[in-house]
Unconditional design. Structure first.
Length: 109
């Protein structure tokens, strides 16, 4: 079993779009810049790639920025957009995968 966490940026769900349109001052903040957002399908594409990754177990216990995994897997949003990582403005995940290179070597032998 593998468990991991994805850090998602702004996702243009119906609720997010409604809030961006109706909440004064919300549009344009570091976490709500429309140019950095993605469709709800984007994280689904990343999850689909993770599901078929034969090395998925090496990510277990880790936290990953969805946009960075998308870059690693060569995934773009449905409109062809490359979704940017917000690591520089929102920070980095603190949890790393539980397997180390040494653990992987031992489990294969």
């Amino acid at each position: 079993m593998t468990s991991l966490s994805l850090w998602q940026g702004l996702t243009f769900t119906e609720r997010a779009q409604r809030n961006l349109a109706n909440v004064p001052g919300l549009d344009g903040r570091a976490a709500t810049r429309p140019e950095d957002g993605c469709t709800p399908e984007f994280p689904g594409r990343v999850i689909a790639a993770l599901a078929v990754d034969t090395n998925l177990a090496t990510r277990s216990g880790g936290t990953f920025i969805t946009a960075e995994l998308a870059h690693e897997y060569g995934i773009k949003d449905v409109d062809g957009k490359v979704v940017p990582s917000l690591r520089s403005s929102r920070g980095a995940p603190i949890w790393s995968p539980i397997f180390s290179d040494r653990d992987q070597h031992i489990s294969r032998n």
